[in-house]
Design a protein around this ligand. Structure first.
Ligand code: ADP
Ligand code: MG
Ligand code: ZN
Length: 475
């Protein structure tokens, strides 16, 4: 908890732009691929040449509706594109086509771990602008990004700490990735957040004047910028200096927010209905058929894993962070009695070999989920004890081969009773102190003896039998 939190409250609302993963742009057939040579994915439409006519990509509508459904929004049967006029070199048409008055989705929410709902005011469709490349004295322009489809997700001012903001963005990112509508990569700019932030005294019901920090490109910078800006605004309030409504940027090197420009009123943009595009009309039937395409969402998975499989919340979060990991887990665990073991093995030995987030997102371990399940079934049926099974998993991960190849006769055949009894007697001889403790009523001491039996039999001893014999000999 920050030290200002007892006297002041931070209030924030987020505007998040997500680039949609469509193959082509929003109003023309140009490619949306990232990283092409500058100005190679362009045509008269996305360059805004006079006389060219836009045509709305239906995939964009579908993706926006999916995002709206997944965040509990109302989907509007009528929405419309508007022109937002402004002059800047990254926008050759001198206007952006966006949805101002009639957005496609409204009134949704995303729930945080603490149970609070961050309300979503609206989700609207718009086009991206080009990119300015600053090279020494000169500026060059790459128009490839012009006309890449975006959705903008706007929250109500419901966020109360930088950590809540981080969690909200992470949840949103997860939902968009599950839906396949955006890859949500902040570092590559496919997810960008503007933070509106104000402060007020605890107990105050009115909101204070706010500033807007533009274009956060990583979660850690967003948190730092919000912490800095909160402290800055509080120190102004303490000095009775009014807070100016302005647009800020976060300077990463200095760790400070700095002014970009005073806030223009919305009417400066001279919005009007886009004359070259018809309104976006949807029927209930269209929405129902898009709803059909919704996958099981992270929130639902969370409920199912914790309630039905009894996987602890922290493990569940790791399993559902990426859809590919969750799907792998579900395949591997299918039909098993002890689903938790599958979870533990994925989060333990398998994750150990896949350290980076990017690799986890792609999640393609050398062992397929079916191969893992085969091994887990042998473990569950008692055909292989735990320790050898773990060793076999490592070999499978080394080679990508199924477990059959690595299971030795020795591992499969159960220990004979004689060998097991001998191992138990041996353990008692080697750990006289533990044996003594057990006889004196310290039942926990049995664990040490059992451990010794497991070691000497290389994990092949059935634990129940070993315990039974140990107790017999100790009596
Ligand atoms: P604008 O019209 O300037 O874009 P909006 O009213 O649409 O302003 O709000 C933009 C964002 O700012 C929303 O996410 C909203 O939740 C947030 N916001 C509005 N008022 C405040 C405030 N006083 N403090 C913090 N955030 C705010
Ligand atoms: Mg705004
Ligand atoms: Zn084009």
């Amino acid at each position: 908890m920050e030290n200002w939190a007892c006297e002041y409250e931070m209030v924030a609302g987020l505007e998040t732009h997500a680039e949609l993963s469509t193959a082509t742009k929003i109003f023309c057939g140009c490619s949306t691929a990232f990283g092409g040579a500058p100005n190679t994915h362009c045509c008269p439409v996305c360059m805004g040449m006079p006389g060219s006519l836009p045509k709305l990509n239906q995939k964009v509508v579908e993706f926006a509706v999916l995002a709206g459904l997944a965040t509990h929004c109302r989907i509007n049967l009528y929405s419309r594109m508007d022109r937002k006029n402004y002059c800047y070199p990254d926008l050759p048409k001198a206007y952006q086509i966006t949805q101002f008055e009639h957005p496609i989705c409204e009134n949704g929410w995303i729930r945080l771990q603490n149970g609070r709902k961050i309300r979503i005011r609206r989700i609207h469709i718009e086009e991206d602008a080009g990119k300015l490349l600053h090279e020494g004295e000169s500026i060059r322009i790459d128009y490839n990004r012009c006309g890449v489809p975006l959705i903008e997700i706007v929250t109500e001012p419901d966020i109360r700490s930088p950590e809540e903001a981080r969690e909200y963005v992470e949840e949103l990112q997860k939902i968009l990735r599950y839906l396949g509508v955006s890859d949500g990569r902040m570092q590559e700019g496919s997810l960008r957040c503007d933070v509106n932030l104000s402060v007020r005294r605890q107990g105050e019901t009115d909101f204070g004047e706010r500033t807007e920090i533009k274009n956060m490109n990583s979660l850690s910078n967003m948190v730092k910028a919000m912490e800095y800006e909160t402290r800055r605004q509080i120190s102004l309030l303490e000095k009775d200096t009014p807070i100016l409504r302005e647009t800020l940027r976060y300077n990463v090197e200095k760790g400070k927010t700095e002014s970009m420009r005073g806030k223009e009123g919305a009417d400066d943009y001279r919005y009007f209905p886009e004359p070259d595009l018809p309104p976006v009309i949807l029927t209930e039937k269209d929405i129902a058929s898009i709803r059909q395409a919704l996958p099981e969402l992270p929130e639902e998975k969370y409920q199912r894993y914790t309630e039905k499989y009894h996987i602890p919340p922290s493990d569940t979060r790791l399993l559902i962070k990426y859809r590919s990991v969750a799907e792998y887990f579900e395949k591997a665990a299918h039909g098993l009695q002890n689903v938790k073991t599958a979870a533990n093995w994925i989060l333990g030995p398998i994750f150990a070999r896949i350290p980076t987030e990017a690799e986890k997102e792609r999640f393609a371990p050398a062992v397929s989920p079916i191969q893992l399940r085969e091994l887990l079934q042998l473990l569950e049926s008692g055909k292989i004890p735990l320790q050898p099974a773990k060793q076999i998993l490592e070999k499978m991960l080394d080679t990508g081969e199924s477990c059959g190849r690595f299971i030795t006769k020795e591992q499969l055949s159960p220990l004979s009773e004689d060998v097991l009894r001998e191992a138990c007697q041996d353990a008692i001889r080697q750990l006289p102190q533990a044996a003594e403790d057990y006889k004196n009523g310290k039942t926990k001491a049995l664990k040490a003896l059992l451990g010794m039996v497991m070691r000497s039999t290389k994990g092949r001893a059935p634990a129940k039998d070993a315990e039974k014999y140990l107790m017999q000999y100790l009596e």
